[in-house]
Ligand binder design. Structure first.
Ligand SMILES: Cc1cc2nc3c(=O)[nH]c(=O)nc-3n(C[C@H](O)[C@H](O)[C@H](O)COP(=O)(O)OP(=O)(O)OC[C@H]3O[C@@H](n4cnc5c(N)ncnc54)[C@H](O)[C@@H]3O)c2cc1C
Length: 409
């Protein structure tokens, strides 16, 4: 390995150009902080890799702050509501429109598009992302963090920053390097998903997200007319590897739930396992963890990408105040103190939703009656709107904002 040591100084080193690292970089940019963003992939991920595709209202408010809201609205489509089904019957629908926000509700916008929009914004502001740099070591000394990266030619680069934020995903190297525990357990079962064209042999489903329960099948229309289809891989079935195997599992679930539709051409397929885990702390001295590096959970309710971006929002303005000498370093302790309880609640809620959707046996009858009744009297709407808006996520910051009188959000 060549060893070409470059010593540069910056305020914040960010690792990971997923939605969280990119959002954090943009938010630090709005605060006028110096930062450097490193990521291991050599170029942006393809725009068609949808992964997460629901952008919550609170996240849209942050996009407005960053200056990308128009682009996001143009490239996405509004998510009006959710319809729930069991035993081939529709139990009811609920609206996700949120009267408390300037935005009508959540937006369907694939993660690939979110990442592209956020990296283009950095480019517009003259910020270059350091593609093809893998984090390999981290040392904290008095007053700074030194991070070491290896580039694609095997060249080692060292960089010093006042603070470091690991946004490097579920298998976070940052988390391992600072020795923070990732507490929790895997959820049984795995999920297959695809972005795919559908040939309808019934009236096409409307623009709500359609959730078929026991076992889970999810159908949601994307902006360009194709559909996001996801389902639980049946117990005992071989884990899918090829796109054909994934489509065959999804088609079998569509048939099982009595939807008259044929899956056609897929532009992206994947499968994943759910785990419910969170870190024991989101800060260790000058190193912070955000997004999947700090918490992973069921995708039910579309929280993963949103919660990660909310981590970034909580941290960015605090880093700005501390780096600019307007607040004491102890303000940064409130990042973990405020975010962890909310993350624990998200894990609990998403785990509850996942288990409820997968109930079999007599419990299923009870669940269906409750869901049916709750949708009729519109009882679910305020609860689920809260999950899909993320509006409560910044509770805990208000006192600090008022006292410090900073430009926040
Ligand atoms: C197949 C799949 C489907 C999903 N579906 C959904 C869904 O339907 N709904 C939902 O809400 N969520 C979903 N998720 C989860 C969602 O994608 C994540 O919550 C979101 O990507 C988290 O963003 P992040 O920026 O924290 O991490 P990531 O998107 O994982 O980004 C991490 C970044 O760090 C970089 N990196 C990692 N290690 C290093 C290193 N050592 N050095 C340098 N760079 C490094 C990576 O290359 C990447 O750029 C899905 C995830 C997957 C994998």
């Amino acid at each position: 390995m060549k060893n070409n040591s470059i010593s540069t100084d910056t305020d914040v080193i960010i690792v990971g150009a997923g939605p969280v690292g990119l959002a954090l970089a943009n938010l630090l940019q709005t605060q006028g902080l110096r930062f450097a963003l490193f990521t291991q992939e050599s170029e942006p991920r393809p725009v068609y890799e949808s992964r997460a595709e629901g952008v919550h209202v609170r996240t849209l408010e942050l996009f407005e702050r960053i200056g990308v809201i128009q682009k996001a609205m143009n490239q996405g489509r509004p998510l009006e509501g959710v319809s729930l089904y069991s035993l081939k019957q529709k139990l009811g629908s609920f609206s996700l429109k949120d009267p408390r926000s300037a935005f009508p509700g959540a937006l369907i916008l694939e993660q690939g598009k979110v990442e592209r929009i956020l990296s283009e914004r950095l480019q517009e502001n003259g910020v270059s992302i350091h593609w093809g740099h893998k984090l390999s070591a981290l040392v904290q000394t008095n007053g700074c963090v030194e991070a070491q990266f290896v580039d694609q030619n095997g060249v080692t680069i060292r960089l010093q920053g006042k603070y470091f934020v690991g946004c490097d995903g579920a298998h976070s190297t940052s988390r391992k390097l600072i020795g923070v525990d990732f507490i929790g357990e895997p959820h049984p079962g795995s999920y297959a998903l695809a972005d795919v064209d559908i040939e309808w042999h019934q009236e096409a489903l409307d623009s709500n997200v359609h959730v078929f329960m026991s076992p889970l099948l999810l159908l949601g229309k994307l902006k360009e007319g194709s559909w996001k289809v996801a389902s639980l891989v049946p117990k005992g079935a071989k884990l899918p590897e090829s796109p054909e195997e994934i489509l065959s599992i999804l088609q079998a679930q569509i048939d099982h739930h009595g939807v008259l539709a044929k899956l056609m051409k897929a532009r992206w397929t994947s499968h994943f396992r759910i785990s419910n885990r969170h870190v024991s702390t989101m800060r260790k001295d000058r190193v912070f963890l955000a997004g999947d590096a700090a918490h992973i959970h069921s995708p039910m309710g579309g929280q993963g990408m949103n919660e990660g971006i909310h981590d970034a929002a909580n941290l960015a303005w605090k880093l700005a105040l501390v780096v600019n000498g307007k607040a004491d370093d102890s303000l940064l302790d409130t990042y973990s103190e405020e975010r962890l309880p909310l993350i624990e609640k998200v894990l609990k809620d998403t785990s509850f939703m996942t288990n409820a959707i997968e109930i079999e046996g007599p419990g299923r009858w009870v669940r269906d009656k409750v869901v049916s009744f709750a949708t009729q009297i519109q009882m679910l709407e305020p609860l689920l709107r809260e999950e899909f808006s993320g509006a409560h996520r910044t509770i805990g910051q208000t006192r600090i904002i008022r006292e410090s009188n900073v430009s926040f959000l």
